[in-house]
Design a protein around this ligand. Sequence first.
Ligand SMILES: [Zn+2]
Length: 269
Amino acid sequence: MKILLVTAHPDDEAIWGAASLSALAQRGLIDVHVICLWTACEPMGSISGTLDKKTDYLRESHFYSSVKVLGFSDSFIATESYPEKLSTETLGLALKQGLKELGKKLNDFDIIVSHSYYGDERRHPHHIKLFNLISELTKSTDIGHSFFSFIPIKTLGHRPVSNSIKRAGKFQLIGEFLCHPEGEIKENFSQFCQQGKVKMFICQGDLETKRKAIKEYKTIDLIKHDNDYGSFTSSTDFLYCDYKSSAIIDKFFSLDKNFQIPTYLTNEM
Ligand SMILES: [Zn+2]
């Protein structure tokens, strides 16, 4: 399964979904490429939680080290100075440049993983913009769109559909849920939910490697981030999938022989 992870800031790849993706990538079960649209979102030096703002440019090399630790295949980070930050044009341009550098096209990937539609734990507006971009780019294609959420989404009903856990090494698939909108869905999320079944997978991954990757960011104030975010110290990820990526991931988990089902577990209770 070929996955393109599109992020806004250097360190996002080591936080959101990192434990799960890394655990699968390290065993060669998935192929993950990362494109970080950093300077298409903000100029270097914008981050508030750094030890030394002057050396923020070092996050470019920290990004490449982190990707290596996580076991991802290839990566690109935008570092050129884009005059108009965050516009759809600029983000699209930086993504195109990233794909070119990686020698890839968008449809070389089965699934694109973006930030969540609400911007993740701190509702970051750059994260929201990137979700919207990927939602638009995958709309009329066969490419699936997924995102990791730190908590289950309250405006969706979740019906459990799995009857066991599955595991491969440090990765555990703890639950699968069929989701349907309950209550008001945010406008930018409706496209994701509209076209068919949305599924959510509770994944548990490799926290040790995730922490190692985060620690590659030597200019980040890790104590502050550990205090301010739950996701920095968590190995659990809630993976939401649109109808296209649901079908791809269902197939992946059911056909890949690397996943073991412990015999002592059953949901027939
Ligand atoms: Zn970010």
